[in-house]
Write a protein that binds this ligand. Structure first.
Ligand SMILES: C[S@@+](CC[C@H](N)C(=O)[O-])C[C@H]1O[C@@H](n2cnc3c(N)ncnc32)[C@H](O)[C@@H]1O
Length: 282
């Protein structure tokens, strides 16, 4: 459901900040590579069959028939279509990328799910500009919260649009200190390169799981859990393919030939995937 303040594509674009525009550029330039390698579920942390992970996430998010969901950072709506095909739910989905919105709408129509999933191109730092307050049962983020440039604002906006008792659920990237403890200089280099390449905005003292749990408690949520997900995680083979595979996808000069720099295992000593659920207090 869209709010009466919903606005046209042109004026939406003017409201998107520079950071969100770089997110848009990242996913537009790399769209073929993302969809070709990851498919409709644009997530690096995944099970071999992504349906198994999505089933796990649906259970832990608490998705049930009759609910109204908000997919914050929806990509091309792979997860939203999976949920809408398994549950009688209505989903509003938002992406910062116009191209993803267009692809999602085509795919939603092809699967006769367009009446159940509405897609908007906009900024999830401004959810209450587009959507009604106190409305959603669940606002979920799958590998999208990591792109936020102001996580306080995202948490406040999610709080505003959730019903009292509704939940924020995320399966997302957080900073960890494995490499920092081993090699603090390398840690800074790898973190900066991750921020630059992926259009993240990770900062020490802000993007760790413990900090985000603290903010959620501060902003009127009760945290139910923050932990490593229990699904069988892959070995990041697809991530390696994403950063290579030039013979199929061609060089990518826009992003320094797609090279993240260093060893891919260093990356997973700087960031780690966690699932986090918090309930808006009644
Ligand atoms: C790695 S993709 C994940 C897509 C989707 N959640 C999935 O699982 O397939 C990250 C998504 O976050 C979205 N995103 C990042 N920053 C955003 C913002 N400020 N507002 C809306 N969407 C954003 C991007 O547009 C992209 O769709």
């Amino acid at each position: 459901m869209l709010h009466s303040k919903n606005i046209s594509n042109d004026s939406q674009d003017k409201n998107l900040t520079e950071h969100v525009k770089t997110v848009g550029k990242h996913f537009t330039v790399l769209n073929n590579r993302y969809l070709g390698i990851y498919g409709d579920v644009i997530e690096a942390s995944r099970t071999a069959n992504p349906d198994e992970m999505l089933t796990y996430l649906a259970t832990n998010a608490g998705i049930k028939d009759g609910m109204t969901l908000l997919d914050a950072g929806c990509g091309v709506c792979g997860p939203a279509r999976f949920f809408a095909s398994k549950f009688a739910v209505q989903i509003d989905a938002i992406t910062a990328v116009q191209l993803q919105k267009e692809i999602a709408e085509i795919k939603n129509r092809e699967q006769f799910l367009d009446s159940r999933i509405q897609v908007l191109c906009g900024d999830f730092h401004q959810l209450s500009n587009y959507y009604p307050k106190n409305h959603y049962d669940i606002v979920y983020f799958f590998e999208s919260f990591c792109h936020s440039y102001d996580i306080h604002r995202v948490i406040q906006e999610a709080h505003a649009v959730l019903k009292p008792g509704g939940c924020i659920y995320m399966k997302d990237w957080f900073l960890i200190d494995r490499l920092k403890l081993k090699d603090p200089i390398k840690y800074v280099i790898v973190k900066n390169r991750i921020n630059e390449f992926y259009s993240f905005n990770f900062k020490d003292g802000i993007n760790e799981l413990a900090s985000v749990i603290g903010y959620l408690n501060h902003h009127g949520f009760e945290v139910e859990f923050g932990r490593k997900p229990g699904y069988e995680t892959g070995d990041y083979k697809l991530t390696a393919l994403f950063h290579g595979n030039h013979e199929v996808y061609g060089p990518n000069n826009e992003y320094q030939d797609n090279d993240l720099g260093g060893d891919i295992s260093d990356v997973f000593d700087v960031i780690e995937i966690f699932e986090l659920k918090a309930r808006k207090q009644l």
